[in-house]
Unconditional design. Structure first.
Length: 403
């Protein structure tokens, strides 16, 4: 039956070419669109990791739920010891401590509520590859009382590198404290809301401002984002245990999960549309081809073939066309994806973002396999109705078409 189906596909050159083209175009389109969406996910993930959260964060139990309201209640003691233990893992690139606080930033004329972080400048410089410096420079170890401010903060207070500001906050004991800082730079991350209120100062200055020696979170940067879950499990089992909570970057940023769910559903609808298009086009072409060959199938049944043999023959032809169309579509789609990725697609900032980016086609096994499956299933399903009709057509009526 397979040999017969292959001969029929080769014999019907024009019809087969039309079906192959319909399937291949649909498969290639799904590869390009799916790769574009996967690239968007990958770039959003890397922007989140390398401008704000790192790959993993460790904190005291309860901090990730209530710590933003009262971070002074969740200070990790002996942070150097914990950092040293985590840094010994082979998949860890950097380990850094952060202390978070809220306060008022004053330029001598007006105040602005800000959310601040005390950071280790030399380590954060390696992590923050997606954080752009719009003016000035990044924080360095020599900047004992330097401050890096978000673009929105700089616009609100009309600040530039070299300007002096006062930062007022409350200590862990509830007292009010204030320190003078010099603006060393203005940064821009992927989040406009974050830049509107964020400031960064050296960890030692933050500890002095808050009168503490601890930190709120320990941030872990990995060599590869794909190792996030394995590294989280390893750190939790060997180091954190019950003393610290370990959170991955996507658990901290629910925006990413929501964006992935939204676009995955949209892509699912697109897959369904392409499947319907393949069904309609292939079914139409197959129906025309099959009923033109009614006499051929009538002769088969007259010579002793059963109805199911006719049905199998037609479905096998469609299956072979689906395999061929999916293969051609995959090749065409991958070549187009490589060409588009080499050129790049300039994209405007995403909603709520500041940064433009260059989109590419991120090919994954799932995207290519999913597109191929749609083409294969579409061609097979499209053959079912014509195959059923032809297998049930009376032999005499089928043979009449030969006259």
């Amino acid at each position: 039956m397979l040999k017969l189906a292959l001969r029929n596909v080769i014999r019907q050159k024009l019809r087969s070419a039309m079906i192959l083209a319909a399937i291949a175009v649909g498969v290639a389109a799904l590869i390009l669109i799916g790769g574009f969406i996967q690239d968007m996910f990958a770039q959003l993930a890397e922007a989140t990791i390398h401008s704000q959260t790192g790959h993993l964060q460790l904190a005291l139990p309860g901090y990730f739920g209530a710590g933003s309201r009262s971070p002074e209640r969740y200070l990790i003691p002996n942070i150097d010891t914990v950092e040293e233990q985590i840094a010994n893992s082979a998949d860890v690139q950097d380990v850094m401590a952060r202390i978070r606080f809220s306060g008022l930033l004053n330029n001598g004329k007006t105040d602005l509520p800000v959310v601040g972080e005390g950071i280790e400048p030399h380590k954060e410089m390696r992590l923050g590859s997606y954080m752009m410096i719009k003016e000035g420079r990044r924080l360095q170890e020599k900047d004992a009382y330097g401050i890096l401010i978000g673009e929105g903060v700089a616009k609100s207070l009309r600040l530039h590198p070299g300007d002096r500001v006062n930062l007022l906050t409350t200590t862990a004991d509830g007292a009010v404290n204030v320190l003078d800082f010099v603006v060393v730079g203005v940064f821009q991350s992927f989040s406009r809301d974050y830049d509107a209120h964020a400031v960064k100062i050296p960890l030692r200055a933050a500890q002095e401002l808050l009168a503490t020696s601890g930190a709120n979170v320990i941030v872990v940067a990995l060599y590869r984002t794909e190792e996030t879950d394995a590294a989280a499990a390893k750190i939790h089992a060997s180091i954190a245990r019950a003393t610290l909570d370990v959170k991955t970057w996507y658990e901290i940023n629910d925006f990413y999960d929501k964006a992935v769910m939204l676009y995955e559903r949209q892509f699912g609808v697109l897959r369904l549309i392409v499947l319907v298009m393949i069904l309609l086009s292939v079914s139409n072409i197959l129906s025309m081809s099959i009923f033109e060959r009614a006499g051929e199938f009538g002769t088969m049944r007259a010579l002793g073939s059963r109805s199911r043999h006719v049905f199998q023959s037609i479905v096998l032809e469609a299956l072979l066309l689906g395999i061929g169309g999916a293969g051609v579509g995959c090749l065409f789609g991958v070549l187009l994806a490589l060409a588009v990725s080499a050129i790049g697609i300039p994209m405007p900032p995403a909603p709520g973002s500041n940064l433009e980016y260059v989109a590419r086609i991120h090919l994954t096994t799932g995207v290519v396999a999913g597109a191929s499956l749609v083409g294969l299933v579409g061609a097979t399903l499209a053959s079912m109705l014509p195959a059923v009709r032809m297998s049930r057509l009376p032999i005499a009526e089928a043979l009449r078409t030969l006259v």
